[in-house]
Write a protein that binds this ligand. Structure first.
Ligand SMILES: C[S@@+](CC[C@H](N)C(=O)[O-])C[C@H]1O[C@@H](n2cnc3c(N)ncnc32)[C@H](O)[C@@H]1O
Length: 855
């Protein structure tokens, strides 16, 4: 219906400025030479760096960092003969890319406009006769839904056709019909192979480009008026970035999304209280299809050093150092392992980074495989997306610490063993200290069968008498790291990315801390499988923390998908998450709600005391409350004639603990409903920042139906409502959009006038009747409709300027073949009609003003 929920959005200038890609010389970049020098060098102790610092040439360009060059040459990230091409490409600006939202109702029209209009006109106008394609679909993206443009922003503003294209992109992006996203960032969700019924966890989701893509996949084949069986749970640890995520995903208008704010490595398990499992389940628990929150698909797009995005964020050149990757390695493993434990057996997990560093990539993948002890396999996806040029994962790499190159853990000095862990080294090089020759401790690494090798993952643990170290002597061939994918910039003119795809074959082995792991000390980074008992929930507190990592995050976390234009203010109708840490309850204190002693069922009890519990649980976060006011729901159903077949019970939620003053009611899909119910029964472990599709908004007018259907809720509701609908001819529809308010008499169609006067006062829906011969057209994917207000003598539209602009644009796209009737001159309103319309508008404004409170 093309009117997904959108507020007028103000760009966050300060945010944008800090992320702008300024292709400047070092002098223009600001900051003293000394600052730049410090930023560009990594390992102050290193003799290499002393040499670099004394070499003035490195300062000449902001897009150069000798430590970077040295590091990646040594890692043989590309063959030596390709180095110059690789580095030149990294120094050139990145072409803009965008994706068409495949679940948008007009995605085919947008595709056709790009293929048949812009592709040709831009080629003629924009490229000055050059061979380079102005815009082109990315060959590896299914159905031509992703595009790359070779224009810079300056070029886009240069002439009229480019300007028209730019405006088109901006509008469609704001509406949610397209998303600007770096080409390589689109890859990980494609390898996740998401199906509409899947439960998908996006562990580090902000600002949400990939979440949006995952939602598209879930919604792709949903019929109008119906919802897919799956859902996406998008999580991010950073509160402010969570707000960006909420804003970004709002463009999708989905009832199948939950946004949470947790550290991914401590993401709650959300399973039913043990005492319920002993047979005392409340009826609600028995009704639940799920008793633990597990996922069919997990996306682990972890925080990383982000050097794959140098083309888009050249400031990274100055900041880059080898320590960034080393510092993140531990956290990346923790997040990935948590993801793996939340993945269903048979499910798929994608691990990805926008970093080129093997310490953040292959080393993490190798460690996941070691820890999972054969219950997980790295999938060979070489036959998937064959047109995507990628390179196999590295089998060998080195670790650089404090300017020193280390080829095996043996070379790590005692003082550096907290920071440099065995898991950072390639297979066969992860020498682990024998703790004081503690035989029991080394045995604790062995599988239960007592053998000294784990045939499932090919790891042999042997004692090296010369060094008194235990060697994890993996055959390189047993960890098929070549199945990882590395996308390098010069292969297809993109950024760089790393992707690994896992398949969970069986429950994870129980993971225990080895006795000789000191608390707070990352002595080994390795855990070995002890037994293969099913793990319901791995307590992530067992996984050691790398203290330094957290401190580095704010600097090195780079998401890089968020184009400047996508960084927007929060919508005004939902409170942003509270960023004051003092108001946050420690998320690790996720107590379970004990079964009630008064005989009431768990959910009943939770509902009865919801005000107290929900407000106390996650301070700074609005509670999620099932809305069960039957009288109000009945009134809504009666007013709009909503068909009984439309599921309401348990699908409506509010975010206000004062049920009597509810302003907005949200709709959730069956899948989300189940997760919310499970979460309540499991003690509200999820810190839910946003959930549900805003469906109804309360009106003050007594005689106008209690709630109006929102623009974003209308596409879902429309096929199910039987009252308060008007069908307008193209001319009338366009007319009312342009004037925003029209007196009944000014509608061209007599039938419309008659029907309008028969409606109840208040909210109504005006549907574009493309085929004027039908009085009640079939509602389908192409239906254009708009929420309006039926006043005493007029119809007034109740949507934003942006919605109107989009609808007019869509009508133009649809009606190109009927331009004779459609593009009639606007009828000027008569003075008398104008007066009547103004009176109705005033009435409407009073109503709107009454509703400006947050809720
Ligand atoms: C590479 S970005 C994710 C980009 C995102 N997947 C997208 O496509 O838009 C990494 C994200 O991880 C978040 N993050 C950092 N540490 C985290 C943690 N411990 N748990 C969860 N998220 C974390 C950051 O706030 C950042 O938004």
């Amino acid at each position: 219906m093309g009117f997904r929920g959108r507020k007028s959005r103000t760009q966050r200038k300060h945010f944008v400025q800090s992320r702008e890609n300024n292709w400047k010389s070092s002098n223009e970049n600001g900051g003293s030479d000394e600052q730049q020098q410090n930023a560009a060098t990594t390992d102050n102790n290193s003799s290499n760096n002393n040499r670099e610092n004394s070499n003035p040439t490195w300062q000449r360009f902001a897009t150069q960092n000798l430590a970077f060059d040295e590091y990646y040459k040594e890692q043989e990230i590309v063959p030596p003969e390709e180095w110059n091409t690789f580095i030149d490409c990294l120094r050139s600006p990145l072409p803009a890319a965008f994706r068409i939202n495949s679940s948008s109702q007009c995605y085919l029209e947008i595709l056709s406009k790009l293929e048949n209009d812009f592709m040709k006109s831009l080629q003629e106008e924009g490229t000055d006769g050059s061979e380079v394609e102005a815009i082109r679909p990315l060959p590896w993206y299914p159905e031509n839904l992703a595009w790359q443009s070779n224009f810079s922003r300056q070029q886009l503003r240069k002439n009229q056709i480019l300007g028209r294209f730019h405006e088109f992109l901006k509008l469609q992006n704001e509406i949610g019909n397209i998303t600007r996203q770096e080409a390589v960032s689109m890859v990980p969700p494609l390898f996740l192979d998401v199906r509409p019924d899947d439960f998908v966890l996006d562990m580090c989701a902000a600002p949400g480009s990939k979440t949006f893509q995952l939602l598209e996949m879930i919604h792709h084949s949903a019929e109008p008026g119906s919802l897919p069986g799956g859902m996406v749970l998008a999580n991010d640890a950073d509160v402010q970035r969570c707000n960006l995520l909420i804003h970004q995903t709002k463009r999708m208008s989905t009832a199948n999304l939950i946004v949470t704010n947790h550290e991914a490595q401590h993401f709650p398990s959300c399973h039913l209280n043990r005492s319920y499992a002993k047979g005392s389940e409340p009826p609600e628990a028995k009704e639940l299809d799920i008793d633990q929150l597990l996922f069919d698909r997990v996306l682990c797009d972890v925080p990383c050093s982000g050097d794959g995005t140098l083309r888009k964020a050249p400031d990274i050149w100055r900041r880059w150092n080898a320590g960034m990757g080393n510092g993140l390695h531990g956290l990346q493993i923790q997040i990935a392992m948590r993801g793996m434990s939340l993945l269903k057996v048979g499910g798929r997990m994608v691990y990805s980074t926008c970093s080129m560093n093997p310490i953040e990539n292959e080393a993490v993948v190798a460690e996941i495989l070691r820890r999972c002890g054969g219950s997980v396999e790295l999938i060979d996806v070489s036959s998937e997306l064959p047109q995507l040029v990628r390179r196999p994962g590295l089998k060998k790499w080195k670790v650089k610490d404090k300017g020193m190159w280390l080829t095996s853990y043996k070379e790590v000095s005692n003082s550096r063993r907290a920071a440099v862990v065995p898991g950072m080294f390639p297979p066969g090089k992860a020498f682990v200290d024998a703790p004081e020759h503690d035989d029991d401790a080394s045995r604790s690494q062995l599988p239960d069968n007592g053998s000294n090798s784990n045939s499932q993952n090919g790891i042999a643990v042997v004692q090296d008498p010369a060094t008194q170290t235990t060697i994890l002597n993996e055959e390189a061939s047993t960890l098929p790291l070549e199945r990882c994918m590395r996308i390098v910039p010069h292969d297809q003119n993109t950024g760089a990315f790393f992707i690994a795809v896992f398949h969970k074959l069986s429950p994870l082995p129980v993971i225990q801390k080895r006795p000789f792991d000191q608390p707070g000390k990352t002595s080994t980074g390795n855990f070995q499988a002890q037994s293969f008992t099913e793990v319901k929930d791995i307590n992530t507190d067992e996984v050691e923390q790398v203290d330094s990592v957290g401190n580095q995050l704010s600097e090195v976390t780079t998401d890089n998908d968020d184009d400047d234009d996508d960084i927007l203010e929060n919508g005004k109708d939902e409170a942003p998450l509270d960023t004051d840490p003092s108001k946050m309850v420690n998320e690790k204190r996720t107590e379970q709600i004990e079964p009630p002693s008064d005989g009431r069922s768990g959910l009943e009890s939770v509902r009865g005391e919801r005000k107290l519990q929900m407000q106390g649980k996650w301070r700074g976060i609005d509670p999620v409350i099932f809305y069960q006011e039957e009288a109000v729901v009945g009134q809504i159903k009666a007013f709009y004639g909503i068909k009984e077949s439309f599921p309401f019970k348990g699908h409506l939620i509010v975010r206000n603990s004062d049920i009597n003053h509810v302003k907005r009611v949200y709709y959730v899909s069956k899948s989300v409903k189940e997760v919310l119910e499970l979460n309540i029964l499991a003690g509200q472990q999820l810190k839910i920042a946003a959930v549900g599709l805003k469906m109804f908004e309360r009106q003050k007018s007594k005689d106008a139906g209690a709630f109006r259907i929102t623009s974003e809720g209308l596409p879902l509701m429309l096929p199910h409502i039987t009252k308060q609908i008007l069908y307008a001819s193209p001319v009338d529809f366009k007319h009312v959009l342009q004037h925003k308010s029209l007196k009944f008499g000014d509608f061209e169609d007599a039938k419309f006038r008659e029907n309008a006067s028969k409606l109840q006062f208040g909210c109504c829906v005006v549907v574009l009747n493309k085929d004027k011969t039908l009085s009640e057209p079939q509602v389908d994917a192409s239906t254009i409709a708009i929420g309006c207000w039926r006043g005493r003598n007029s119809i007034t539209v109740m949507v934003t300027e942006l919605d109107i602009q989009e609808l007019l644009e869509r009508m133009l796209m649809y009606m190109e073949e009927n331009t004779d009737t459609f593009l009639l001159e606007n009828k000027p309103l008569t003075a008398e009609a104008d007066k009547i319309v103004k009176a109705d508008e005033a009435e409407l404004n009073i109503l709107k003003n009454n509703e400006t409170n947050h809720r």
